[in-house]
Design a protein around this ligand. Structure first.
Ligand code: DX5
Ligand code: ZN
Length: 217
């Protein structure tokens, strides 16, 4: 199974965004993970369009945008214009997920759907045929640097089984508390796209940390 690392810049040094982008360009990370928070769906507020445009100007990797905002359907075109190559929204934030998936695909980019750890993964099953990726949160959305929720192992296995049944080429991304000590287990459970913030940006050798996460077994 193909593996992808998506470094979450939420934990990066925002005073040096250009060199953060250049590090990611030189690394084996295929994507860059962009966490957008609105202070409503999640308590925290992060950043959005102007910062994304600055990243787009320096980063050659695919922008993997994770929207933790209410009414994501109102902003899809603007996120695309700011450089998104993939947009993932939370099931909890929309009335009609099918319509939002369609809206994202109409922009010519890929669509992902996600849920927080307290939502049964079964709610995702009807959408798996339509999306390019399922993102399974392994912490509650809102902050970097949290601890991986152990019950996530079983949830990853369940989503992997649903993907194999309905849409085997759909990607399965995990986000939250992933580091070198648990990434191999997460791959074994069935994930193939790894978001990692603190375990990359707190490392002395960030390019090495990305390499180690990619090849851990
Ligand atoms: C949390 C975000 C994550 C976060 C991951 O709401 O979705 O992408 O940056 O950070 P770590 O890897 O530090 O848990
Ligand atoms: Zn995220």
């Amino acid at each position: 199974m193909k593996k992808i690392i998506s470094p979450s810049i939420l934990s990066a040094d925002f005073g040096h965004l250009q060199s953060v982008c250049e590090m990611i360009n030189r690394s084996e990370a295929e994507w860059i993970h962009i966490d957008v928070m609105d202070g409503l769906f999640v308590p925290n507020i992060s950043f959005a369009f102007p910062v994304m445009k600055a990243i787009r100007a320096h980063c050659t990797k695919m922008m993997d945008v994770h929207l933790m905002i209410e009414h994501p359907e109102n902003y899809i075109t603007r996120f695309k214009e700011a450089g998104a190559g993939n947009i993932t929204f939370h099931f909890e934030t929309v009335g009609n997920p099918f319509a939002v998936i369609e809206q994202i695909k109409k922009e010519g980019i890929t669509a992902g759907i996600t849920v927080n750890p307290d939502v049964p993964v079964e709610v995702l099953e009807p959408f798996i045929k339509e999306v390019d990726m399922v993102l399974l949160m392994t912490v509650f959305a809102g902050y970097g640097g949290q601890q991986y929720i152990e019950e996530s192992d079983e949830r990853i296995r369940k989503v992997r089984a649903m993907i194999q049944k309905h849409h085997p080429s759909c990607l399965l991304e995990v986000d939250g508390g992933i580091h070198l000590q648990n990434v191999a287990k997460v791959y074994q459970c069935g994930a193939n796209v790894i978001v990692a913030g603190s375990s990359i940006f707190n490392a002395a050798d960030q390019i090495g940390a990305i390499h180690d996460l990619l090849f851990a077994h």
